[in-house]
Design a protein around this ligand. Structure first.
Ligand code: MG
Length: 286
């Protein structure tokens, strides 16, 4: 199943895709309310909508980020594909080299997530090295505490695409990455959430990025160094991951800082992020 948040005639609606390019509004104020509902009740609501589709054409709505205003910061993994880890270390060894073989976790402020077609603010008054990172994002549908690896996917509601937009000068200029990753508009998300049953466990979907039509990133989402089950198990030890949590699992090689010379984003650049099975998230740098 695919779930969307859309704007239609001035209203924001949470919708289920119930036919080709056709939506049915659901009785939720926002996606977080859906994600925090008890699982069996939510499932009944989705099945009912599937049985009684309304047929709102996708072409008539404006698609927003599926979770435009996350209840909490987005959790991120850094350097979670081997080739990307190497390119990051080559760009700035001091900022990116990690001696220990443990996952790099950080938090990304996401006050408002741009959706498909929305601009990415470049913040060029303080940013001289704007970069893109297409990532598989995991969306939780159940509170997770002390989750065993073998049970981890029970807590996953579905998946979406996140662009972990990054200002490399701010990311490397401070000890932590929070500022350089958390500027307004730096978490484009979408176009929809695909429920976990549509994919393998772990998901093995092709992931790609094009900049102005040039293919820059290409990998498969099961190449993660630390996979979804490991992440949910490790983080939920002593930390409650609430339903509605979004976890961006890291980006493959081919980001702008990975090129020599680097290919950073400029005003007017078109960033196209795709994960097969979820869709395309395209934004233009403002
Ligand atoms: Mg990232």
């Amino acid at each position: 199943m695919k779930l969307y948040t859309v704007e239609y005639r001035g209203e924001t609606l949470v919708c289920l895709e119930t036919g080709p390019e056709s939506l049915t509004p659901l009785p939720y104020a926002d996606m977080t309310e859906l994600l925090r509902q008890e699982e069996s009740t939510r499932q009944e609501t989705l099945v009912r909508a599937m049985a009684q589709p309304r047929g709102l054409p996708l072409a008539e709505v404006r698609v927003l980020a599926p979770i435009p205003n996350p209840a909490q910061d987005v959790i991120c993994l850094g350097m979670n594909y081997q080739k990307h880890k190497t390119e990051a270390e080559q760009f700035d060894a001091q900022a990116f080299t990690r001696e220990k073989g443990s996952a790099v976790y950080f938090s990304k402020r996401a006050t408002h997530c741009p959706g498909p077609g929305d601009p990415i603010p470049g913040h060029f008054d303080i940013v001289d090295s704007l970069d893109y990172e297409t990532e598989l994002a995991v969306v939780l549908g159940k509170d997770a505490v002390n989750v065993a690896e073998e049970d981890a996917f029970d807590y996953v509601f579905g998946y979406t695409v996140v662009n972990d937009v990054s200002a490399r000068n701010l990311q490397t200029g401070h000890k932590q990455w929070y500022f350089g990753k958390g500027l307004d508009g730096f978490t484009p998300m979408g176009p929809c959430i695909v429920t976990r049953d549509e994919f393998a466990q772990p998901p093995a979907q092709p992931i790609r990025t094009w900049i102005n039509g040039e293919l820059r990133q290409e990998a498969v989402t099961d190449e993660l160094i630390f996979g979804v089950a490991h992440i949910l198990h490790e983080l939920s030890q002593g930390m409650t991951l609430r339903a509605g949590t979004v976890i961006a699992t890291g980006t493959p090689a081919g980001v702008g800082m990975g090129f020599d010379p680097p290919k950073f984003l400029r005003h007017g650049d078109v960033v196209r992020c795709e994960i097969e099975g979820i869709g395309v998230l395209e934004n233009t740098v403002d």
